[in-house]
Design a protein around this ligand. Structure first.
Ligand code: ADP
Ligand code: ADP
Length: 223
């Protein structure tokens, strides 16, 4: 079974209200194990909605969602949260790091919440920081890091609990082109080394071309 299997996903916001908007109209997409898929579409096409449904943050009105061959539709909130914590890592355009904690602590904390010991969590965090080339920034708070360094820390945090699926929403969209290229390369190295499956939203066709497959979202469907 694929890592992620979305079939016939439909989603309407504000149903029955004047502001009703149907975003997804039967979107179907699967991501194989170890596969990295680029999702490209104009703003407002529903990419974030699709990522949130794939990552079990939101539920579709119709259609099926499976992670690693396990059906996720109809699960209660608690089971969905557990599945999300076990399987899914998220990265956004803005890093959402905790400002009062160091880079290291930002990567350690989700591991502690997931039941890791402090020593294991710290070793894992240092290993991840080394892989993205910023070991020397471990004790810095986010405000003392460059934008590219902040995103590298956010990648490490997303991967800290060893998810099987990475969902990234324009992960380098907030960086200048040169920094974006470097940070994206670091992300791809990390993804490849760990054999992760990933669905990565990007507007950057050069970055998209470096992934295994490019899909587009148009009129609520994946084409
Ligand atoms: P994209 O990520 O491609 O820009 P989104 O999934 O964020 O697209 O949004 C798709 C459409 O759904 C937009 O018109 C947006 O305004 C609308 N939308 C997104 N989230 C909500 C929400 N929680 N409530 C109402 N409308 C929403
Ligand atoms: P927490 O332990 O803070 O409740 P979860 O384990 O529920 O976080 O969620 C895991 C990840 O999912 C978070 O780090 C965050 O990136 C993302 N996430 C959780 N809730 C939302 C949300 N409402 N909108 C966007 N992303 C979210």
């Amino acid at each position: 079974s694929p890592m992620l299997d979305l079939a016939g996903i439909e989603k309407t916001y504000n149903r029955g209200q004047p502001s009703e908007v149907t975003v997804l109209r039967g979107a179907t997409l699967s991501v194989g194990r170890g596969e990295v898929v680029a999702l490209v579409a104009p703003s407002g096409a529903g990419k974030s909605t699709l990522l949130h449904i794939a990552g079990l943050l939101d539920t579709p009105d119709a259609g099926s969602v499976a992670l690693g061959g396990v059906n996720m539709v109809g699960l209660g909130d608690r089971a969905r949260t557990e599945a999300r914590r076990a399987d899914v890592g998220f990265i956004y355009q803005f890093h959402h790091l905790l400002p009062e904690f160091s880079a290291l602590e930002n990567i350690v904390l989700p591991q502690l919440a997931n039941g890791s010991s402090a020593s294991v969590a710290k070793a894992r965090a240092m290993d991840l920081l080394a892989r993205v080339g910023i070991s020397d920034r471990a004790e810095h708070r986010p405000a003392a890091l460059s934008g590219g360094e902040q995103q590298r820390v956010a990648f490490c945090r997303a991967l800290a609990n060893r998810p099987r699926l990475l969902l990234a929403d324009e992960p380098t969209g907030n960086l200048d082109p040169a920094t974006s290229d470097q940070v994206f390369a670091a992300l791809m190295d990390l993804v490849r080394e760990t054999g992760l499956s990933a669905l990565i939203v990007t507007h950057n066709m050069e970055l998209a071309a470096r992934m295994d497959r490019v899909v587009r979202l148009a009129a609520g469907r994946v084409v």
